[in-house]
Design a binder for this molecule. Structure first.
Ligand SMILES: Cc1cc2nc3c(=O)[nH]c(=O)nc-3n(C[C@H](O)[C@H](O)[C@H](O)COP(=O)(O)O)c2cc1C
Length: 163
């Protein structure tokens, strides 16, 4: 059973979460950054995990374009959704707002994976916004490792544990 993890990540946090997710999943796993990698095609995959991060109340447009364009094919597969964002209490609204209703209903999991602020990679405007709005002044990584592990376990169970 094969798994594809597609994601978008501006400063690397969601990418780190996707890589950690892959380590928990038995059997072959492919990772694809929708902003930089060639689109791999869904045909060979049994399970597709889709995740992005939130900026100014929006998820990356590539995530929405991907789920909309491949909705019919995704509905025939196991689908899991994940989001990285600073405001965990808003994550449920982000899932319902940014994924098509059918995909949201079909998904076996909607997982909040935590957040990070990477001041080394952020531009000046982002740094100023984070300092002003989030009152955070230096890099921070607050990943929900247990949620990520549980998502991997769910995939393993769907695949019959053997991968
Ligand atoms: C400029 C900026 C705006 C952000 N806006 C939001 C937001 O509207 N809601 C939210 O929950 N998190 C927001 N965040 C937090 C990011 O979603 C969080 O840092 C996430 O982990 C980034 O993941 P990435 O590095 O994979 O892109 C913002 C972060 C930055 C730097």
């Amino acid at each position: 059973m094969k798994t594809l993890i597609v994601y978008c990540s501006k400063y690397g946090t969601t990418g780190e979460c996707a890589k950690e997710m892959a380590e928990h999943i038995k059997g072959p796993v492919s990772l694809s950054n929708l902003q930089s990698d060639e689109y791999p095609g869904l045909k060979e995959y049994d399970t597709v995990l889709i995740g992005g991060s939130i900026y100014g109340g929006n998820i990356q447009k590539q995530i929405q374009a991907f789920t909309t364009a491949h909705q019919e094919e995704l509905l025939r597969k196991n689908v899991g959704l994940f989001i990285s964002c600073a405001f965990q209490d808003k994550s449920e609204a982000y899932f319902t707002d940014f994924f098509p209703d059918e995909i949201y209903e079909h998904a076996f999991a909607k997982v909040y994976v935590g957040y990070g602020y990477n001041f080394e990679k952020m531009g000046l405007v982002s740094k100023m916004l984070v300092k002003a709005l989030a009152k955070v002044k230096e890099s921070r990584l607050d990943i929900e490792k247990e949620n990520i592990r549980q998502l991997g376990e769910m995939v393993n169970r769907l695949h019959g544990e053997n991968g």
